[in-house]
Ligand binder design. Structure first.
Ligand code: SF4
Ligand code: SF4
Length: 249
């Protein structure tokens, strides 16, 4: 009996001394891996130009809230949407106006899943024309706890569907749209012309989602979006080049 207790004590000591640190080390390695991915070290594990879809996040795995936010921001950054924001903000259209989390000259102090998921009319339009809007919406539909300018998203959630990293640059599309908007803002006497246009495009793309099972309405709304976006000459040129590249990479 004494011998058994003695052996059991040795086994417990061995477990505490060696095994637990290993478990902690293993967890730490997973943590490090995630941090590397967050800081961009691992997002381009496969070279660009690979025709296989590359997922920005592991699917059917537990991912952190921070990683989800970071992925959303990187995705939009890859599209070059900050160019569009620059023009919009210069024309007093910032979507962050009046937010308590906005620090002057520094930017947002409380990035959350809700604001990352939210798209204004111009960003929505970019994703709509490039065929990425559905994927974007489906990705964010998996993220619970989104609210106005804040979130109650748990620290970790499971995701079924990731966002795919584009294998060809789309920054030229954003640059083209930004240049079109800049020109429109300067050439229209009406104050806030591009902001009104943004809201109209936004409303129509939302309506399109609502009527996705009604082909007649769908055609009507698509026509409306086409008319509203008709002044985006540079963008349409860049878009047709982008579509060509997709057919003949
Ligand atoms: S409203 Fe749209 S374009 Fe303007 S700053 Fe916000 S996200 Fe950017
Ligand atoms: S919380 Fe949202 S609205 Fe407020 S500053 Fe940040 S991104 Fe902008």
């Amino acid at each position: 009996m004494i011998l058994f207790a003695y052996v059991a004590a040795i086994v417990i000591c061995f477990y505490v001394k060696y095994t637990i640190p290993y478990i902690q080390t293993f967890e730490y390695l997973i943590f490090l891996k995630e941090q590397m991915r967050l800081s961009g070290f691992m997002t381009n594990e496969q070279p660009r130009g690979n025709s296989q879809p590359i997922h920005a996040l592991p699917e059917r795995e537990r991912v952190s809230r921070q990683m989800i936010i970071k992925t959303g921001i990187s995705f939009l950054h890859e599209l070059g949407t900050d160019q569009i924001c620059k023009v919009c903000i210069a024309n007093s259209g910032s979507c962050c106006i009046g937010c308590r989390h906005l620090s002057n000259g520094v930017g947002c102090q409380q990035r959350n899943t809700s604001c990352t998921a939210w798209l204004c009319g111009y960003l929505k339009y970019m994703l709509y024309e490039t065929g990425l809007l559905k994927e974007w919406n489906e990705f964010w539909n998996q993220v619970p706890g989104q609210d106005f300018r804040e979130d109650y998203t748990p620290d970790y959630i499971f995701i079924e569907q990731s966002l795919s990293i584009q294998d060809q640059t789309m920054k030229d599309l954003s640059e083209a749209l930004a240049a079109d908007l800049q020109e429109l803002a300067q050439s229209h006497i009406a104050i806030g012309f591009i902001l009104t246009l943004r809201e109209k495009i936004d409303k129509n793309i939302d309506r399109l989602m609502d009527y996705k099972n009604d082909p007649k309405q769908e055609t009507k709304i698509k026509k409306k979006i086409k008319i509203l976006s008709s002044p985006f000459h540079r963008f349409h040129k860049a878009l047709s080049e982008y579509r060509q590249r997709q057919i003949n990479p």
